[in-house]
Design a protein around this ligand. Structure first.
Ligand code: HAM
Length: 418
């Protein structure tokens, strides 16, 4: 026997027992995004590497060590998309979607990051992303956050998660803050770990994200971004908070929330849970007012988020919801003479009632054996076609989940049973 070929590490199969939950999440996202009149956009999985370097940032973990980058046959450097915002903006700029107009977009699909796989962290994972471009007022920040809240509520997960908010200030505010941080950390060189020393020059804000327990005290006493916010950022943040208050959305202001991508300014937010171990961020996003210009478009503000589908599904699994969202066949057909009889009956039923889900047994096994399979399929009833039924043009209906006696009926009577 040849050696088995297995899946790539960190890339997981989503099996038939799991897909009902995935479909439930996808459908909930779609329904709610339609309520807010957002439009779906689809863009390629592969983009030019430069796109992510210029947007996500050269000094971020994603670009520095997590991208699946390769040279294609023309010698161009391409990357599997590690996130959706940059690619979505690239597509929007290329097709004039941001030109003197507001674009409210969403996308769904796989992303790729070469991270160390663990619970809730994969090398191929899925996001539902939302981007609203063309409005700089805090009302749109609120709308985007309200969408995320409504999706989480629609999934029944609002109790499991907590909304964290922060403002990163304008780019000038951040430049002042950056200098203050560099000065502070430079005064404590012996307490910096290797990563932080490197980040001091490239991206000092990322030092605040360090998970190293030895750095905790140093980080806690570091200057706070909050103290460097200018008036514009403060007014924007206050207005956003007041809308969320009005809408009854609870949040915690977390001054250490900085996010791992470089394009953010002003509002950033994350929905976090303590039920998934280390990978507790279920949904995250923020404002990226400079990004479109940075990618060669005319200046245009934007804000969005992406929800990690694996993490959402993991929370739903813990709630044991899978059975509730799994659709079972309405009927399972058992043919005892010619399996083709069953195929024809199933076709006739689907013609007459397109909403029906019919599973054809297609086996020559004994009645007992086929009934077992019908039961295992979780179908509501078994439709039996034996010699007698074929001769009389009837169908024997055996109810598998309810206490109703077996009955013999013609096609019209059968239809009325569903
Ligand atoms: P992000 O924080 O990198 O943001 O990812 C968003 C979410 O995707 C995370 O909160 C998490 O739920 C999920 N996620 C990220 N990496 C993994 C992984 N390796 N395995 C499983 N799930 C993962 C962004 O991607 C931004 N583009 C979000 C955004 C949209 N900001 C503005 N618009």
């Amino acid at each position: 026997m040849s050696e088995k070929i297995t899946a790539v590490r960190g890339m997981k199969d989503i099996l038939p027992t799991e897909t009902p939950l995935w479909q439930f999440v996808e459908k909930t996202c779609q329904t709610i995004l339609k309520q807010y009149a957002y439009q779906e956009i689809r863009f390629p999985i592969v983009e030019k590497t430069q796109l992510f370097k210029r947007s996500v940032g050269e000094a971020t973990d994603i670009v520095e060590k997590e991208m699946y980058t390769f040279e294609d046959r023309n010698g161009d450097s391409l990357s599997l998309r590690p996130e959706g915002t940059a690619a979505c903006m690239r597509a929007g700029i290329e097709h004039g979607l941001f030109y003197n107009q507001i674009a409210k977009l969403w996308y769904y699909g796989p992303l790729f990051r070469h991270e160390r796989p663990q619970k809730g962290r994969y090398r191929q994972f899925y996001q539902c992303g939302v981007e609203a471009c063309g409005i700089s007022d805090p009302e749109i920040d609120a709308e985007v956050i309200l969408i995320s809240a409504r999706i989480l509520k629609g999934l029944g997960l609002l109790k499991q998660v907590n909304l964290q908010l922060n403002s990163l200030g304008s780019s000038e505010d951040r430049a002042h803050y950056r200098n203050a941080l560099i000065n502070y950390f430079k005064k404590h060189p012996s307490q910096l770990d290797e990563d932080s020393v490197r980040r001091l020059d490239t991206n000092p804000l990322r030092i605040l994200d360090s998970k190293n327990p030895d750095m905790k005290a140093l980080i806690e006493s570091a200057p706070k971004l909050n103290d460097y916010l200018g008036d514009e950022a403060k007014v924007h943040f206050e207005k956003l908070k007041s809308i969320l208050d009005q809408a009854g959305i609870a949040y915690t202001v977390n001054p250490t929330l900085v996010r791992g991508l470089d394009y953010y300014s002003l509002t950033v937010f994350e929905w976090v849970t303590d039920q998934l171990g280390a990978q507790g961020t279920v949904c995250a996003g923020g404002r990226y007012d400079g990004l479109i210009e940075q990618l060669g478009g005319k200046p245009c503000p934007g804000i969005g988020f992406a929800m990690g589908i694996e993490r959402v599904v993991a929370l739903l699994e813990d709630l044991k919801l899978a059975e509730d969202v799994t659709a079972h066949p309405d009927a399972y057909i058992i043919s005892l003479c010619d399996a083709a009889d069953g195929v024809m009956l199933a076709e006739k039923l689907r013609d007459a009632n397109p909403a029906l889900s019919i599973q054809c047994g297609l086996s020559n096994a004994s009645m007992k054996n086929q009934l077992k399979k019908a039961d295992k399929s979780s179908a509501r009833m078994a439709l039996i076609l034996g010699e007698e039924e074929i001769a009389n043009q009837t169908i024997t209906v055996k109810f598998l989940r309810e206490d109703t006696p077996q009955q013999s009926c013609n096609f019209e009577q059968l239809l009325s049973l569903f």
